[in-house]
Design a protein. Sequence first.
Length: 221
Amino acid sequence: MQAKRMAAERAAQLVKDGMAVGLGTGSTATLAIRALADRVAGGLRIRATATSERSAQMAMQWGIPLVSLEELERLDLTIDGADEVDPQWCLIKGGGGALLREKIVASASAQFIVIVDASKLVTRLGAFPLPVEVTPFGHVQTLRRLGALGCDAALREQEGQLYRTDNGHYIADCRFADGIAQPAELELRLNAIPGVVDNGLFVGMASRIIVGHEEGAEELV
Ligand code: 5RP
């Protein structure tokens, strides 16, 4: 947790007065929200929009002014975690089930700052099962078509129930036995399947990657 905190605190320092900021989801993003809240308490003026109900709840509770994405013309930066980061800065996201809003918010941001600990750095994506958000309607067909792309797709469950995203969809966690060789191509092929809302591959989106360690944080170059 200390390494995640180091990355989160470094990223929170990049936020300047007057900025519109996207708040990510997950344990690392939560630490960034906390660090930002401390800066807001110290006088920093920002407007923020959240990528999940959980993050919105925390931001509200900790005093960060929230607005809906629709109220913002653009975002200056978004700070979010990731499940995997490869050497080309392609990401897997969605371990926390928020990938759709995360992708929408990140793509509306001038800068997308990714915060991770070193355990998230991989040479090839795919050891972490790729989350794919699917509509409940037709999900059995959709899962079959996901499987035809060479993965083992399983619906995510939580407390014995099918997991529902903030958008009311399911998540199919997709295991590719040999990892993901071509993330850009796979991202497009997945999203071409009817019933797929979006997937957790974030290709060409990260502007900066901050890696936390026990003793501090470094930025990838
Ligand atoms: C949520 C995400 C998270 O950013 C990702 O799962 C990393 O989480 P954590 O910071 O808890 O390791 O994509 O949908």
